[in-house]
Design a protein around this ligand. Structure first.
Ligand SMILES: Nc1ncnc2c1ncn2[C@@H]1O[C@H](COP(=O)(O)OP(=O)(O)O)[C@@H](O)[C@H]1O
Ligand SMILES: [Mg+2]
Length: 641
């Protein structure tokens, strides 16, 4: 690699992209492409939408199950970064888009409100990055501290005409610095004013400004609007713009984004600039320099307690009136929550092996901690329904309407365990481990420890410990038991499929009151009642319930087949569960003996090794993690037998 070549190449590219000219040249550029004249909200909306925006596909199972077939807009820009935040993102983008149409919302502050770790800062960062990443440039007056739109040079009397001729909207007044230069240097001949093209950069303080929360003592409005350079005051008069240091957040973020981090940690007086910035699109210039035109997206975030406190102060009404609040709750969808942790782990330096279900049990905990209990079902069931899973009860898919559950728990997702709490526990489990892997039990233990140490409220601590020590532990043992048994069944899929075919034949014959024809001998015989029952009892169907189940299954499958769809043992959730239960039960004893044995005979040792092998090749364990999990299973699953 030739470093010098690379450097030169980059420099050439950068040069090609840079542009400079006079105001007249700029007018010609606008004539060619009026789209370069844009206010900030529109720029942001266009930038994000450029990546693609489509209604959620109907073929996405989440669409029907979780979004009520609502064609929610999916913004590709956020797709690989955020999970389960589709509703929040759609709301944010709806605000940005509507502000782009210069409606009332363009004069409002966007406020993201939600609990710690719900992704507020990450969403704000992502929006700021959109501007940085886009190859979008803005044209601005050369040397202007607020990088203003060159069209500000046009006198009011000419604006209508230019606006028509160019097909663009013109608003805003020349800043005092450029006005001074125009007079001094160009004698008012604004057509000669130089124009340049610049990009957005957070670090370069171009078009993106961040205001961290400041305590009452260090709060100084100059952080927002800039200041006067006292050292220049003996050279110039106080009203001379050359004394201005326009480096406040509203100056830097002009034409882009101004972000207020944890906005209500500031004193209200500090925030008054926001009022004029939104209402009049003006911010005060320091000293006696009047007002400065401002155009930017004002973005802020806070948590619920701060919001409530702020809202209850009636002196804050004026600011409240300027706020568009969007709630950013925690994710309540297990599968999406898991993706968050996978993303975080991918980005960390941890390279240890995670045994299957490790992330899942952690995510189960955070999601369940956030759910409100319901009369309609237990917490685990609710979690599954929120995840779009089918919950089987007495042979039927349990019909609990997700809408009802959501309805009865309106504020759900605004409290509970945060993403950071979970990642910390995973990190700790990884660091504590003397091995190169972690298992679900280690994460559960780590979570238990952390809850005991960190959750102060008795009631919460008790509730969380019960979720971990009881609900999740039991659910994990169930998953593990079925996984081990599956690893024990040779050619699991084939066996399941053959059981399915057999069941369907028998159930159909039973339902239509016909004889069975043996596939091999062609002999006629009665449906195999014993076999049918053995399958059905796996999901608790006994007695008179069997008739209904058999005809349901038959009807369901034949409808599918008539539509030309293929059916297999996974087609109907209750039957799938029954078949798996049957298969698992059939090898349970063997699995138990082989796993538990302290000293295995040759035959058992062989079976044990095969099982480890399957767990490695089919389920994603390493030999070591498989052994640890099996030891755990034999100590906990089959204790009483
Ligand atoms: N829905 C989500 N999708 C992807 N990542 C998320 C999600 N929610 C939270 N995170 C991640 O969790 C971490 C904490 O989020 P952060 O934005 O700092 O929270 P907040 O500012 O709300 O306290 C970040 O790494 C963020 O990327
Ligand atoms: Mg934050």
């Amino acid at each position: 690699m030739d470093f010098l070549d690379l450097i030169k190449q980059q420099r050439k590219e950068a040069k090609k992209e840079s542009w400079s000219g006079t105001f007249i040249d700029y007018l010609n550029e606008v004539k060619k492409n009026p789209d370069i004249v844009k206010l900030s909200h529109k720029r942001l909306a266009d930038t994000v939408e450029k990546y693609g925006v489509n209604p959620m596909s109907e073929s996405d199972p989440r669409c029907k199950k979780l979004f009520d077939s609502d064609k929610i807009k999916i913004y590709d820009y956020f797709k690989d970064e955020f999970y389960g935040h589709e509703r929040v993102i759609a709301k944010i983008m709806r605000y940005v888009r509507s502000a782009a149409m210069k409606g009332e919302e363009s004069r409002q502050v966007l406020l993201l409100m939600g609990p710690v770790g719900s992704g507020k800062s990450a969403l704000a960062d992502s929006l700021k990055k959109a501007l940085e990443k886009s190859n979008d440039y803005i044209y601005n007056l050369e040397g202007c501290p607020v990088r203003e739109e060159p069209l500000h040079l046009l006198p009011r009397s000419l604006r209508d005409e230019f606006s028509k001729a160019l097909g663009v909207h013109i608003e805003g007044d020349l800043c005092p610095v450029c006005r001074h230069r125009l007079m001094e240097e160009f004698g008012g001949e604004y057509e000669k004013f130089p124009v340049v093209r610049t990009s957005f950069s957070l670090r370069g303080r171009r078009g993106i400004a961040v205001v961290p929360p400041m305590d009452a003592n260090s709060q100084d409005v100059s952080a927002l609007i800039g200041s006067e350079d006292i050292s220049k005051l003996d050279k110039y008069s106080e009203s001379d713009p050359r004394v201005l240091n326009l480096d406040g957040a509203f100056n830097v973020g002009n034409r882009g984004i101004v972000e207020f981090v944890e906005i209500f940690k500031n004193e209200i007086e500090f925030l008054h600039t926001i009022l004029t910035a939104t209402q009049e699109k003006n911010v005060p210039a320091p000293g006696k320099n009047g007002m400065l035109y401002f155009d930017g997206v004002i973005l802020s975030h806070c948590n619920e307690a701060e919001w409530n406190r702020f809202k209850s102060e009636h002196t804050n009404e004026a600011v409240l009136d300027r706020i568009v609040k969007i709630e950013v709750p925690y994710v309540l969808e297990l599968t999406q929550e898991m993706k968050i942790y996978e993303k975080m782990l991918r980005r960390s330096d941890f390279r240890a092996h995670l045994a299957p279900h490790t992330i899942k049990v952690a995510a189960m905990f955070s999601v369940m901690s956030r759910l409100k209990s319901s009369q309609k079902c237990d917490l685990l069931t609710k979690m599954k329904i929120y995840d779009g899973q089918e919950v089987i009860e007495k042979g039927r898919v349990r019909k609990i309407d997700i809408k009802d559950l959501r309805e009865e728990a309106k504020q759900e997702g605004m409290d509970g365990i945060s993403t950071r709490f979970i990642t910390k526990a995973i990190d700790n489990a990884l660091t504590d481990s003397d091995k190169s892997f972690i298992t679900p039990m280690r994460v559960i233990d780590s979570l238990i420890r952390q809850v005991k140490e960190q959750i102060v409220k008795d009631e919460d601590r008790k509730h969380y410990l019960e979720i971990l020590q009881k609900t999740i532990r039991e659910e994990y043992l169930k998953m593990l038991e079925s996984e081990i048994a599956k690893a024990f069944v040779t050619a699991y899929e084939e066996q399941a499929q053959s059981l399915f075919n057999n069941y369907l034949d028998n159930a159909e014959a039973y339902t239509t009151k016909q004889k069975m024809k043996d596939r091999v001998t062609n002999e006629e015989r009665e449906p195999d009642e014993k076999f049918l029952r053995a399958i059905e009892e796996q999901i608790g169907i006994t007695g008179s319930a069997k008739d209904g189940f058999r005809s349901d299954v038959t009807a369901y499958m034949f409808t599918k087949m008539r539509r030309g769809q293929t059916v297999d043992y996974k087609s109907y959730e209750p039957l799938k569960e029954a078949i798996e239960g049957y298969l698992i039960a059939s090898v349970k004893d063997m699995a138990r003996i082989v796993t538990k044995s302290k000293s295995r005979d040759n035959e058992q040792q062989k079976k044990y090794s095969e099982m480890i092998q399957t767990m490695v090749s089919d389920y994603g364990y390493t030999p070591e993690s498989a052994e640890e999990v099996l030891t755990f299973a034999s100590n906990n699953l089959w204790r009483d037998s």
